[in-house]
Design a protein around this ligand. Sequence first.
Ligand SMILES: [Zn+2]
Length: 337
Amino acid sequence: MSLAALLLALPVSVPSERCVPGAPGAPGADVAIEWHVAPVVELWFEVRALAASDDEPQGELAGAVAAARAALDALGSERAFGLLEGRLEDCQDVDDLAAAFGSLPRRFTLRTARGPREIDLHETGARLVAALRPLEEAWTRETWPARKRELDARRDQLQVFFERGEARAWSRLCELFEFASGSQTVPIWLVTRAPAPGGFTHRARKLGAASFIALRSAAERGLSELAEIALHEGLHALEVRHPRDTLFHALHAALEAAGRAPGDPAARNAVHALFFAAASAVVQAELDPGHVPYGESSGLYDRAGPEAARVRALWKRYAAGELARAAFLDAFVEASD
Ligand SMILES: [Zn+2]
């Protein structure tokens, strides 16, 4: 065997570093959610939620909401807000936000479905900071204490809920999606509200990924629904942190081999459908047998169409060990067509 071949073979020859489906005692259980709340993160998403609503906000938040709407126009999509929101990981107050946004680039080329789009992230961030600063004092004094009590109480309830089986839940997800083992946390910020769909995960410089979950969507979210969304966002975080050698990469590679363009939205949706299926099944298996999947309670499954339903059915068979990996990949490509 040549040296090059040996080097290529090395990662495969160290199976103890990988979660291998079906391997007894597969590593990967050492993943845990790290919950956060922060006044400026709560203020940020309050403004973002108001900006995304049809309401015309009155009073002191109106200026910041207008700035958030202007930022959305400048960024061109909700998704691009992640370029700013990934930097909330370090922020407690508006000064932190100013420091975090201060190094944003003035010229950033965003790849969109309609081609490249150049945006001034630095200016967009600076305008939002300037709009939030006048609100901070009253927000911290009058609004934040009650918000913090509610967020802390919900976080405590979630921690108790997850005590029933968080380690097993992550172990199972890690095993199925082939995430490398090792101790890691999934940082999640709880906020009262946020724009739809109320759960986001963004690339973050220090933590790798940062997730944000709203307690209220259209309505108050129950604990098992919040837990499913936390695991779902955690899967996004692990996907961001593991840029190769996972089931996601195998799925995307299989789709591309079948002629689907990289980044094809329908293909991305098909892979994303697995997140819903996997996170809800793990909540039912490890945390709450009576859990109603978020896709059902939110009407998402009804809207998602037959491909997503086929993909979920396949996933169920794969997770139950009824389909080998290669057969699953083939069937997935077919089902998502
Ligand atoms: Zn998602």
